[in-house]
Design a protein. Sequence first.
Length: 249
Amino acid sequence: MRELFANTKEIHPSCKPSYNSAMDESIMNKSLFKDKKLNILWAKAEASGFTNEELSALKEEFMHHQEKIDQYYDLLVNIDVEPKDGYKNAVNDDEIEKFNEINFEKDNNEEFNKDYVDKANLVREKHRGLRDGYDRLQRIAARGPTNREFIEPKVQGLWKIATAANFTVDELASLKVELQHYENRLLKLRTLHADHVSNLGKHHSKVAAAGDKMDYFADQQQMIKKHTLKVEKLHQDIESRIMARHTEL
């Protein structure tokens, strides 16, 4: 669970510096929060065209999220100081199943084990809440009028709609990769168009003497047409999936 947040060593945040020396200096100098990811997201929000009032309201939500992170750390510390060293890592989602393997009949301290399992389950619940909370803040920041994750307006438009739909964190991350792939194809198509128009203009006056070259241009035109159809199909596929989830709201 700790990999979701920055600087999640055994030390409580109050006992260590807010950021490590490897962090970008420009962000470091204007850090408002202890959590690295939260600071980076805040920097994006500040550059996304929100009004001062909107930023002020958003800042309160960020601060509330930082408080929840601090509470999460407190829970981790409370569990880590327990003397049951064999289960210290059971707060991780993958390792929580270890608790199911405890043989309470053979253990003389049933009450302690039950209390420890309850605490670990509480940590898991808090972790999911933090993950969902960060996702919500990320969506809000992405809705700023000047926020741009993509170069192409078409792709940016789809991303804006997606951030307002009910995708999960993982689904949104996967969709972002798809949109990046779509944008690359779109940019390639624009390059093919520009190259075709430029070369065609250069050789237009040599049609009679360069029939073989005009054949090349015809082939290139077919290739552009084929690529255009693929890009349009990709756009329709992504758009239909985004709109389907958007209408579920």
